[in-house]
Ligand binder design. Structure first.
Ligand SMILES: Cc1ncc(COP(=O)(O)O)c(C=O)c1O
Length: 421
């Protein structure tokens, strides 16, 4: 029988609950304004290359030198030389069981987050995800048939998880615990005792521990990053890392996933990971040549994050702007590339993060990300990246302050009138 052509073509219902607002409607609107010749300043995305950061020369040269050897598919888990460098680094960090057979190179951590969850989840399985989170984690759990269960990392607690609360979120369907350290979007860096507590919690309940450590070497002042993998013996630990941030090579699309811990109980899961890696043949080969020089060559990030370095200066500029604001508050970012300030709803009672982001874009031509895009229930925060130069950030925050003052004025017309008398 001839089929009637559909009136409209619809996206899959599996996408209905999936959101990624960092590149969502606001970013589209920004592009429309730019197409009309309006200059938009961006605080919305952690993409070092668009703010003048360069990938270190020795990585670029390594890729160029090996281009002629990059024309074939490689082994599905990645070039052996690259995986060996990842394993050597994990071992230096005390991860005894890291091995090339249980290491995967992917097209960014993004691809590997999807692969790791797809290989694990049955429909309805639950995954403990931090709130706020990097929203790909929540999206990937949903896309793979799982149920994200968010655990709160509250501002009043330095954006750190509270171990006692995690227990109450467990159900017989809980399969995995996601940790993002250093954290996007909050800039929190987790102290060692907390990480030990999270590792023990995952071990006690047989959860796969997935630790997104893509910002591992981006910490400021006294903050110290601790990898969680060496703390895990009695369950499976997945460590995610990559070249995008520490090595400022987002466009190379290189990430890795290293399994460790109770691998003797993970052979079936490992088969699933290998199968999914094979189905996509392999990840981009030329860029994989940058992995060994990145992990074994000169350190290029410390000079940026220590006092006097560009990232340190930018983070200080953001910290200063928040401290001097009449409306904003946030614990200082200890790591990563972001701050997640909150707006005083005593001063602006109806503050709505989306409405604010839109009016800031339309009036001040500045793009940031509303806090609720990061899967939190409140709507009084937003995320900014501190990748622009410090002087630019000071100017951008002056515009944010101006827009907040407008909103405060509009919220309290009576007070304004009284002030005018
Ligand atoms: C916490 C976190 N994980 C993963 C990613 C994705 O990184 P990649 O470029 O390796 O796909 C990002 C990117 O911003 C991130 O912030």
């Amino acid at each position: 029988m001839p089929r009637k052509a559909p009136e409209r073509f619809h996206k899959s219902p599996s996408l209905n609950e999936v959101r990624y607002e960092i590149r969502g409607e606001l970013a589209h609107r920004a592009r429309e304004l730019e197409a009309r010749g309006i200059r938009i300043d961006r605080l919305n995305i952690g993409n070092p290359g668009i703010y003048g950061f360069r990938t270190p020369d020795h990585l670029r040269e390594a890729v160029a030198e090996r281009l002629a050897e990059s024309e074939a598919y490689c082994q599905e888990q990645g070039l052996l030389e690259a995986r060996a460098a990842i394993v050597a680094r994990e071992r230096r960090r005390g991860v005894r069981r890291a091995a090339v057979e249980t290491t995967f190179v992917g097209n960014g951590v993004s691809e590997l987050i999807d692969v790791a969850l797809r290989a694990l989840l049955a429909p309805g399985d639950e995954v403990l995800v931090p709130a706020p989170d990097y929203p790909l984690w929540t999206a990937s759990v949903i896309l793979n048939g799982g149920q994200p269960v968010h655990y709160a990392c509250r501002p009043e607690h330095g954006f750190l998880p509270e171990l006692a609360e995690l227990e109450a979120l467990l159900t017989p369907r809980t399969r995995a615990l996601v940790v993002i350290n250093p954290n996007n979007p909050t800039g929190a860096v987790y102290p060692e005792p907390l990480l030990r507590g999270l590792a023990a919690f995952a071990e006690r309940h047989g959860l796969v521990l997935m630790s997104d450590e893509i910002y591992d070497e981006i910490t400021y002042d006294d903050a110290r990053f601790h990898p969680i993998a060496p703390m895990v013996e009695d369950t499976v630990c997945l460590t995610f890392g990559g070249l995008s941030k520490v090595h400022r090579a987002c466009g190379y699309r290189v990430g890795w996933l290293s399994l460790s811990g109770a691998l003797e109980r993970a052979d079936d899961y490992l088969h699933g990971l290998v199968l999914l890696a094979a189905l996509r043949l392999c990840s981009n080969v030329p860029a994989q040549w940058a992995i060994a020089p990145a992990l074994e060559g000169p350190d290029t990030i410390s000079a940026l994050v220590r006092p006097g370095g560009r990232l340190h200066a930018s983070r200080e500029a953001v910290r200063g702007a928040i401290a001097n604001s009449a409306f904003l508050d946030a614990p200082p970012s200890a790591g990563a590339l972001y701050a997640f300030p909150g707006v005083d709803t005593g001063r602006i009672p109806d503050f709505d993060d989306h409405a604010f982001a839109l009016s800031l874009l339309e009036r001040e031509h500045l793009l940031l990300v509303p806090g609720s895009s990061f899967n939190v229930p409140y709507r009084n925060r937003f995320r900014v990246t501190f990748l622009p130069e410090a002087s630019m950030l000071a100017e951008h925050f002056a515009r944010i302050e101006r827009e907040l003052a407008r909103l405060a004025d509009a919220a309290w017309p009576a007070r304004r009138a009284a002030g005018a008398r």
